[in-house]
Design a protein around this ligand. Structure first.
Ligand code: AKG
Ligand code: FE2
Length: 286
């Protein structure tokens, strides 16, 4: 069994309390009231999106999205938003919709949420929404730009498993990427022995709640129900912002390029590197 602890659930946190107990500690927390002032909280229902934006063509992704080779990170197809929402309602389905900037097409929606006042440094660009069907999941990863993520759950429940960045070696960070080799639901301790030492968190985020994922935290997400959320990002540190930009540049140049050139072999090379790192760090005879 993986060593996973629950995440605190808090309401009425002040900026000072949040800074002291969570931000400084880089500790995740679920806010039960951060979205209380948002019109979106009750307004952004499935019917609302169907009625107002049903004709928008949206890119949908199936579970193969992170497979190596030519289709790496490209959508399966485009469908009218109405059709995608109907698929979600019928569920279960592995179809997800993200990397689509709905706000570019519907800027009026920007009026329906508020930038949290709980800390400074929110990044002012258009935020992303994430849609997924019941049973779909998002592979364990960390966000390459190294910002803190405030995951605001609007519809359906999500299970989130988190690991702090210091656990990267223990969970077999896939070199040059933001991915890990481990399967959170079926940890293979034989193959990945350092995993026994890993620790993290496991929680369910309910609609109306906001999960704070501190910078660099690994997250694996399971859509308990079909649903969607909006992720807002913040980064109060210029040093960390610069590191994030460097990561992005390296990712585009190294990983995408090597993936194009070597496909499956690049994946295998990275797997070897991750095992070696864990072995060297832990001096576990494997
Ligand atoms: O909720 C999701 O589908 C993915 C969210 C995520 O990875 C993020 O906000 O960084
Ligand atoms: Fe993420």
């Amino acid at each position: 069994m993986l060593n996973l602890k629950p995440v605190d659930r808090r309401s009425g946190l002040t900026r000072e309390q949040f800074a002291e107990e969570y931000l400084k500690e880089m500790k995740p927390v679920i806010f039960t009231d951060l979205m209380d002032t948002w019109p979106a909280k009750n307004k952004w229902t499935i019917d609302f999106f169907k009625t107002e934006y049903g004709d928008l063509e949206v890119p949908v992704y199936s579970a193969d999205v992170s497979k190596s080779g030519k289709s790496y990170m490209s959508p399966d197809r485009h469908v009218p938003f109405r059709e995608y929402l109907e698929i979600l309602e019928k569920g279960p389905t592995d179809l997800r919709m993200f990397l689509f900037n709905i706000f570019r097409h519907a800027p009026e929606l920007l009026e329906d949420y508020r930038t949290p006042e709980i800390m400074d440094g929110f990044i002012d660009s258009f935020p992303f929404m994430f849609f997924g069907g019941e049973g779909s999941s998002v592979a364990l990863h960390f966000d390459i730009d190294l910002s803190h993520v405030f995951l605001n759950q609007l519809h359906g429940r999500k299970r989130v498993v988190l690991f702090p960045p210091e656990q990267s070696t223990n969970i077999y960070h896939h070199p040059f990427t933001v991915a890990s080799y481990i399967d959170v639901n079926n940890p293979d301790f034989g193959r990945y022995p350092a995993l026994r030492k890993a620790w993290g968190y496991d929680c369910i985020v309910y609609p109306g709640e906001t999960l704070f994922m501190p910078s660099g935290h690994w997250h694996y997400i399971e859509y308990t129900d079909s649903g969607y959320s909006i992720s807002l990002r913040s980064n109060e540190s210029y040093v960390r912002r610069a590191k994030g930009l460097f990561n992005i540049a390296r990712h585009y140049v190294v990983d995408k390029g090597m993936n194009r050139l070597m496909g499956e072999n690049w994946r295998k090379m990275k797997a070897g590197m991750a095992k070696r790192r864990a072995r060297e760090q832990d001096q576990i005879p494997v």
